[in-house]
Design a protein around this ligand. Structure first.
Ligand SMILES: Nc1ncnc2c1ncn2[C@@H]1O[C@H](COP(=O)(O)OP(=O)(O)OP(=O)(O)O)[C@@H](O)[C@H]1O
Length: 603
C-alpha cells in the first residue's frame, strides 16, 4: 500500500515555523524603526504628565486654587490668541519629544586608556616576530598603529584580554609548529599567566584568534551517567570540544555538561586506556570512577601497585573478581586474566567458524585495572620474579575481540618504565595534573590546543582518544569513601554507586562454627590442588615464561597473607588463590572454577 505523505505542516513544520518567526521578527524591527518618533513623544508625554502630577501633589492644599486659576488663565489666553491652540499643541509635542529622548549614556567607543596601553604594548611585543626589514609596508613596526593589527578585542572585568583577533603578514611561517609556539608563548605571557588560552590559527585569512577559556567545573560528583553499555565517561570538557551533553544532577538542580566519552568493546578503535599524572593529581580517582561505571555491565579485576588501599571500597562487591595489592596476587590475577582472554578468544572464534553467535560466557565485559604497575616492576626485579606488566600482553593484544578492557594508571615520569605492549595498545590516553607541553605531547601523541597551566585542581588534565583532538578534562569527584578527608556528600555519592557485597571483605566475614570452617578450608584446598586446563594455556601467549602464579613469595612481602578472595557472578569465572601465610610451603597454583562457586579464603 502506498504511504500517504504527512501533512505539510508536520513534514516541514519546523522550517516553516522558523521562517514565520524570522518574518515576524523582521516586521517588528521595521515597525519599531517607523514608529520611533511616536514612541519618543508618547514616552515624553508620560514623563510630562508624571511631572505635572508630582507638582500637583507637592503643592500645599491652600495654594492649589491659585495654581488651578493660573493654569485656567493660560489655557484661556492660548485659546483666544490666533493659532494659539495649534501653537500650544506644537509646543507640547516638542516638549514631549525632548523629554522622551533616550537618555541612556552611549557605550564608550573603543578601548579606554589602560586598554589602549595594553594593546599597544602587545603590538610592540609582536613586532620582531611579524616584520621583516624588506617589507615596504609593514603591518607591524615600532611605534606603529595597533588598530590595523587587532581588528577585534574584548576585555574582561579585570581589564585583561578575554578575546583578541590578531592579523599577521602572509609571510609569517604559520605552518611551522615552532613559529606558532613562539607566538603562543609570548601571547600567554603578555596576556596574563595562570589562565588557559585557546589559539585558533586561520592560515587562509592570516588571522590568529586568542580566547581565554573558563575553568572547567569542579563540582561534578560521581553519579549514574546517562550512557549506553560500552560507553564510559572519563570526565567533562569544553562545549566547543564535543557535540554531546549529558544531563547531570547537581544537588537539586539539573544541568547539561559536555562529556569526554570513551567507547570500549568490539567496535572500539581505542579499546584500552592509559592514565598518567604526577602523584596526587587524581589518577586513582579516575580509575575508581571508571570502575564504578564498568561495574554496571561487567566484571572487574583490580591490581593496585600503589598499595594505599584506594580500592578497598570495591572489595567483595558484586562483579568485583579481585582487588590485589601484593605482587603474588597481582601475578596470579593477571595470569588468570591472560588465560581468560585466551579462553574467550578461542570460544568466540570457534563459534564464528560454526556460524553461531558469540557464546554467553564471552559477552560480559571483563575489565582489568592496573594502578602503578611500575611499582611491581621494581619489586619483581629485586625478588627475581616476573614483571606483572608482561602478563598484560594477551589482554592488551586480544582484549578487543574478547571483550576484555585494560586500564593502566601510572606516574607521568614512569612512562618509560611501561612495557611496549602497554604503550602501543593503550590508544585512549589521559594526563592529569600539571605537565609541560613536551610531556603532554609525548604522553598524548599531540600537543593540546590550549596552554597548560601550572596550578590545576585535582582531576584536571587532558584526554585524547586515538588520533582525535586533545580535550581538556575534569574528572568527576569520586573520592575513596573510606578516606577520612572525604566529605559526607561525596562519600554518599560513591557509596550509592557501589553494588551490594556478595563476598565479605577481608576481616569482615562472620565467624563460622569450627566444623563449617574446617569444611570450607578442606573444600578450598581440594579446589586448589587441581590445576585447570585454562591456566595451562597462556604460557605460549605470554612469552612462555614459567608460571609463577603460585610461587611462594621469597621476599616475605606483605601480600603473603590471605591473598585473594574472589567471587564470580553467574557467568564469570572465579579466581581462587590460596597461600599459606608467611610460609615457604609447596606452591599452590591459582584456580579458575565455574562462576557460581564461591571462593574460600585462608587467613
Ligand atoms: N576529580 C577530582 N575531584 C575532586 N578531588 C579529587 C579529584 N581527583 C582527585 N581528587 C582528590 O585529590 C587527592 C588525590 O587523589 P588520588 O589519590 O586519586 O591521586 P593519585 O594521582 O592517585 O595520587 P597517588 O598516586 O599519590 O595516590 C584525593 O584527596 C582526591 O580526593
Amino acid at each position: 500500500m502506498a504511504r500517504r505523505p504527512l501533512p505539510r505542516i508536520l513534514s516541514n513544520g519546523g522550517a516553516q515555523l522558523a521562517r514565520s518567526r524570522e518574518l515576524a521578527r523582521t516586521a517588528a524591527d521595521g515597525a519599531t524603526d517607523v514608529l520611533q518618533p511616536l514612541i519618543t513623544i508618547a514616552r515624553g508625554l508620560r514623563r510630562l504628565a508624571a511631572a505635572a502630577g508630582r507638582r500637583w501633589t507637592e503643592t500645599p492644599k491652600d495654594r492649589r486654587g491659585a495654581l488651578l486659576f493660573l493654569v485656567a488663565s493660560v489655557v484661556l489666553v492660548v485659546a483666544l490668541v490666533p493659532y494659539g491652540p495649534l501653537l500650544a499643541v506644537i509646543a507640547l509635542m516638542a516638549a514631549a519629544a525632548w523629554q522622551g529622548r533616550d537618555r541612556t549614556p552611549p557605550a564608550p567607543q573603543g578601548p579606554d586608556d589602560t586598554q589602549s596601553k595594553r594593546l599597544q604594548s602587545l603590538y610592540e611585543a609582536l613586532v620582531p616576530y611579524f616584520s621583516v626589514a624588506e617589507d615596504p609596508e609593514p603591518l607591524y613596526a615600532h611605534g606603529g598603529d595597533w588598530e590595523k593589527a587587532f581588528p577585534a578585542y574584548e576585555f574582561d572585568g579585570g581589564g585583561r584580554f578575554a578575546h583578541l583577533v590578531i592579523r599577521y603578514p602572509a609571510y609569517f611561517t604559520d605552518g611551522e609548529a615552532a613559529s606558532r609556539v613562539r607566538i603562543e608563548h609570548l601571547l600567554a605571557a603578555k596576556s596574563g599567566r595562570g589562565r588557559e588560552y585557546r589559539f585558533t590559527w586561520d592560515e587562509e585569512a592570516n588571522h590568529l584568534s586568542v580566547d581565554v577559556l573558563p575553568a572547567l567545573p569542579t563540582d561534578i560528583t560521581a553519579q549514574r551517567f546517562v550512557t549506553t553499555p560500552g560507553e564510559t565517561v572519563l570526565g567533562f570538557t569544553d562545549p566547543t570540544g564535543v557535540q554531546r551533553t549529558l544531563p547531570l544532577t547537581h544537588g537539586a538542580e539539573q544541568r547539561d555538561v559536555p562529556p569526554v566519552v570513551w567507547r570500549t568493546g568490539i567496535r572500539s578503535t581505542e579499546p584500552h586506556l592509559l592514565v598518567l599524572g604526577q602523584p596526587g593529581t587524581g589518577t586513582s580517582t579516575l580509575l575508581r570512577s571508571v570502575a564504578l561505571q564498568a561495574l554496571h555491565h561487567g566484571d572487574l579485576l583490580i591490581v593496585d601497585g600503589g598499595g594505599t588501599g584506594e580500592y578497598a571500597c570495591l572489595v567483595g562487591r558484586d562483579g568485583v573478581l579481585a582487588v590485589e595489592c601484593g605482587l603474588t596476587g597481582a601475578l596470579t590475577s593477571l595470569e588468570w586474566a591472560a588465560a581468560e582472554t585466551e579462553r574467550r578468544l578461542i570460544s568466540v572464534n570457534r563459534a564464528r567458524q560454526e556460524g553461531l553467535a558469540a557464546p554467553d560466557d564471552t559477552r560480559r565485559p571483563l575489565w582489568v585495572f592496573l594502578d602503578r604497575p611500575t611499582a611491581f616492576t621494581h619489586l619483581a626485579d629485586t625478588n627475581g620474579r616476573r614483571d606483572p606488566q608482561t602478563l598484560l600482553q594477551v589482554p592488551l593484544r586480544h582484549g578487543r575481540a574478547a571483550n576484555v578492557t585494560v586500564v593502566v594508571a601510572d606516574q607521568l615520569d614512569a612512562l618509560d618504565g611501561l612495557t611496549d605492549a602497554v604503550r602501543q595498545h593503550t590508544r585512549a590516553r589521559v594526563v592529569l595534573g600539571p605537565a609541560t607541553a613536551d610531556e603532554l605531547t609525548s604522553a598524548l601523541g599531540a600537543p593540546p590546543r590550549t596552554t597548560p597551566v601550572d596550578q590545576v585542581p585535582p582531576g584536571r588534565g587532558y584526554a585524547r582518544l586515538g588520533g582525535g583532538p586533545v580535550h581538556r578534562l575534569q574528572v568527576p569527584a569520586t573520592p575513596d569513601p573510606y578516606d577520612d578527608a572525604t566529605s559526607d556528600a561525596h562519600r554518599q555519592a560513591v557509596l550509592d554507586l557501589l553494588p551490594p557485597r556478595t563476598t565479605p571483605a577481608d576481616g569482615e566475614q562472620a565467624p563460622l562454627p569450627p566444623e563449617a570452617e574446617a569444611e570450607a578450608e578442606a573444600s578450598a584446598r581440594a579446589v586448589s590442588m587441581e590445576k585447570p586446563d585454562r591456566m595451562d594455556a597462556p604460557d605460549d601467549l605470554t612469552g612462555g615464561e614459567p608460571d609463577t602464579g603460585g610461587e611462594p613469595d621469597p621476599g616475605g612481602e606483605a601480600d603473603t597473607g590471605s591473598e585473594a578472595v574472589e567471587a564470580g557472578t553467574d557467568t564469570a569465572p572465579v579466581v581462587v588463590a590460596v597461600e599459606a601465610a608467611g610460609t615457604t610451603a609447596e606452591p599452590v597454583p591459582a584456580e579458575t572454577v565455574p562462576g557460581k562457586a564461591v571462593a574460600a579464603e585462608t587467613s
